[in-house]
Every structure is written in structure tokens, then in C-alpha cells.
Write a protein of this length. Sequence first.
Length: 302
Amino acid sequence: MPSPDEIRDSQRATWAGLAAGWEKWDSVIMDQLGPVGAAIIEGLDIVEDHQHLDIASGTGEPGLSIARLLPKGRVVLTDLVAEMLEIAARRARAHGVANIETTVCSADDLPFNDATFDSVSVRFGYMFFPDVAKATAEFARVLKPGGRLCSSVWVKPEENPWTTIAMQAIATEAVVVPPAPDTPNMFRCAAPGYVSALYEDAGLHDTAEWDVHVELMTRSPEQYWEMISEHVSLAVAALQQVDEPGRQRIRAHAIANVINFEKNGKVRVPGVARCIVGTKQDASGTRPRDGARSNAGQPPQP
Ligand SMILES: C[S@@+](CC[C@H](N)C(=O)[O-])C[C@H]1O[C@@H](n2cnc3c(N)ncnc32)[C@H](O)[C@@H]1O
């Protein structure tokens, strides 16, 4: 089992290497993940003067979209990897979003005082933290009483053909070693209730989970393969084991399989994410919205 420092070092190297792919495929990735960002925003109950913290912001979402909703507030975008946050800052400038700042830090060791933020978001970051319980305790610590945490993770591989098609093709040429339990990988948090339990252990209440459907849309099967092989952490790592002829065979395999998803001149491959929301107890010690939420797979009701 790698130590937390080893996990952070390896994640830093992985994501620094993926940053160029994330910038190159920005619009395709943002279209695919947009519904999840919208669901997180819906779960957070954003108010125009909120101080918001976005964890594992990568190239900036959902933090930049949240900043647009806060004309009197601000968003702190954080990530372990400076190269990813540099892209986020470039995207912010390009879109005229000024009420943000960026801080390089690990989710499990936040350089912020207790009770600093009204809300915290984590889109597709949880799976990569060295210690998910410690990170959740940090999110709860920096939230103000009554503040909300909303995150997203991927559900099981079978419901995410947008990535499993590529991984199955890679497995025809490379040994794809199953990750050790509780070490970083895309599907580490896929079990229903996994993230809610972390929230509850960190003292958050009124937790709710709901699924969000996404669709990866590319112009062609060839473009599907190009973008997956340049930005998906699992795929990029596995392809490093394969020589060029092997890569060409994998590419042909993936393209042949994804053709099944081609319709009307576009490739549309589905996937499913899960959003999880929870609330920190308010100052009076009462639960602010007791009974207002259920775990019935619906977004939380305001
Ligand atoms: C899949 S990307 C998500 C980026 C963005 N939130 C989005 O949804 O587009 C995962 C991000 O987690 C970051 N990450 C990995 N380990 C981390 C850690 N220990 N603390 C903070 N961020 C981390 C990576 O650098 C990467 O930018």
C-alpha cells in the first residue's frame, strides 16, 4: 500500500502529464461533464455573496461556473497540480471571470481557517485523494455552520461505456492491473453510499445521493479515441506499457467498438455519475433542514 506522500507524488506527476490533454479537449470534456457541474450547483444552494471553495478544480469546473453566480462573492479554486490550475486561470481570463483565486494544495491538508466557506464543491476529485476520510474532515472543517458540500464520483464501469470501451481495447494488448483497494482510481468511490458515509463520519447531515447521466460526444470514432487516449488517467497510464504497433491495434479495436454509438454523424457514448450533498450542522447545533432530504435518488429540494 503506497503512503499518502507516494500517492500525492504519483497523482501530481499523472495530472501534470495530463494537463495538455485536458486543455486540448476542453470543450468536449466540458460538454460531457456540464450536467454534473449543473447538478452540483443545484445541490449547493448558492447565494450571490457566498465564499465558495472548489476542490480538485483541475481546469476550473465547476468553480468558474459558480463564480459567475456570485457577483458579490468569490471562489477559491484549488488543486494538487499547478499545471491544471494555470489552465483554470487562463480559462477564467478568457471568460472574463475575475472573482476567483487559485491555490495549489492537497484536498487532505487545506491552508484555510476553520469556517471560512459557505459551500464546497468537488467534481470528480474524491477518487484520487490519498485519504478520503481526512479530506472530508477538512471540507467539513473549512465550511461555515449550515454550509453545504456537494461532490461527484463515477458509478460502476458497466454504466460508463465512454471509458470502458477504451479500457477493454487496451486490455487486449496490455495488462491492466486492478487497483489495490482504497488507492486512487476512477471507480474507487462507485459503491452507493460510499461518499455519504464519509460525509456522515465527518459530521455532515442531511446527506443525499442522486445519479446524473452524461454523454461524451465526438465528431467521429477516431476523435473519440484521440481524446480518450490523451486525457483519461487510466487509459494514458495503461498505454505507456504498449509499443507503437500495439497502440495502433488498440486504436483500431476501440474505434471498431465505438462505431456502435455513431448516429447522425456524431458519436455519443453514455455514462453515469453520482452527486452527493451534505450540510454542516448550524451554529445552534440544530440540523438546518431536518427531514428535507431523502436518499431516494433525487436532487435535494430547496
Ligand atoms: C478528473 S480531474 C477533475 C477536474 C475538475 N474538477 C473537473 O471536473 O473538470 C481530477 C483532479 O484532481 C486533482 N487531484 C488529484 N489528487 C488531488 C489531491 N490530493 N488534492 C487535490 N486535487 C487532487 C488532479 O490534479 C485533477 O486536476
